[in-house]
Design a binder for this molecule. Structure first.
Ligand code: T3D
Length: 260
């Protein structure tokens, strides 16, 4: 039995690598549960201060494993699989109050594309592509795609992408603001790891609250957002890392954040 998700922890950074390369890391039940376990570990373990999600082999993730969806073997209730597997994953990525970096090492299709877009900072190898593959098989974009795409790139581009299922290059995804940046293939893992390590040595509490604030803006009015900023700033202001940040500034030295 191979591990469908590889876990590697070092210096505050948990790297999770989707590991079904023969199937372009498409999701079966086992990989779903393994990824969920990894993310729950990241949520619950105070030693883990940032996450890096990537894939092994030439793909990042090709969405649902369609081998498990052969209509000749029956018609599964996809509402149930979304509720049981994909939605919990998306909710976890969005609610873990620690930075999640995604390194898209190759094609990201279907749910695989939208999971990459749900992460906090997404880098993609220049040769990778994002494909909203759902239309090709008669499905609706899931894993938050119908929510994130229009917000990130506007309705016109979002609709064209999902209705045509045309591949979008990493470069264009970056130009359009869908991801943070496109990186040369051979640099991707190094650059994403460096970024992950930088975030893992940051003021975890403040970064987590910042993630919450930015995400809340999608549904808040300005007044609600200003109130939220007040509340979160109050909380951040009580953190040990804030005291360390200001002390280090005043002492003209580098801060040593503990993630508290
Ligand atoms: O079902 C539910 O629970 C609802 C939830 C749905 C969420 C979804 O994600 S629906 C969308 C599912 N995904 C797709 O429709 C994408 C299918 N894959 C592709 O269109 C292409 O593979 C790619 C465009 C992603 C990559 O193309 P290419 O030419 O680079 O690679 P390939 O040759 O097609 O794939 C390589 C191998 O991976 C191949 O296996 P083989 O022939 O070498 O034995 C291929 O069958 C396998 N593979 C790729 N994607 C999947 C897959 N096997 C199973 N499921 C896949 N999704």
């Amino acid at each position: 039995e191979i591990d469908t998700v590889l876990e590697d922890f070092s210096q505050g950074l948990l790297r999770l690598t989707l590991n079904r390369p023969d199937k372009l890391n498409s999701f079966n039940e086992d990989m779903h549960l393994a990824l969920r376990r990894g993310l729950e570990r990241a949520r619950d373990d105070a030693e883990i201060r940032a996450v890096l999600l990537t894939g092994s082999g030439r793909g990042f993730c090709a969405g649902q494993d369609l081998g498990d969806r052969d209509p000749r073997k029956g018609t599964p209730d996809l509402g149930h699989t979304i509720e049981t597997y994909y939605n919990p994953l998306l909710r976890l990525i969005r609610t873990i109050e620690k930075p999640i970096v995604c390194a898209v090492n190759g094609v990201a299709a279907g749910a695989g594309a939208n999971i990459a877009l749900a992460c906090d900072i997404t880098l993609a190898a220049r040769s990778s592509r994002f494909i909203q593959a759902f239309a090709k098989i008669g499905l609706v974009p899931d894993s938050g795609g119908t929510w994130s795409l229009p917000r990130l790139i506007g309705e016109a581009r979002a609709k064209a992408l999902v209705l045509t299922a045309e591949p979008l290059s990493a470069e264009k995804a970056a130009d359009w603001g869908l991801i943070w940046k496109a990186v040369d293939d051979e640099q991707l893992l190094d650059e994403a790891t460096k970024l992950g390590q930088q975030l893992a040595s940051g003021p975890t509490k403040g970064l987590g609250l910042t993630k919450r604030a930015i995400q809340a803006a999608a549904t808040n009015s300005l007044d609600q957002q200003l109130d939220l900023e007040r509340d979160l700033q109050r909380e951040a202001g009580h953190s040990a890392d804030y005291a360390e940040g200001v002390s280090a500034f005043l002492d003209k030295r580098k801060p040593e954040f503990k993630g508290q």
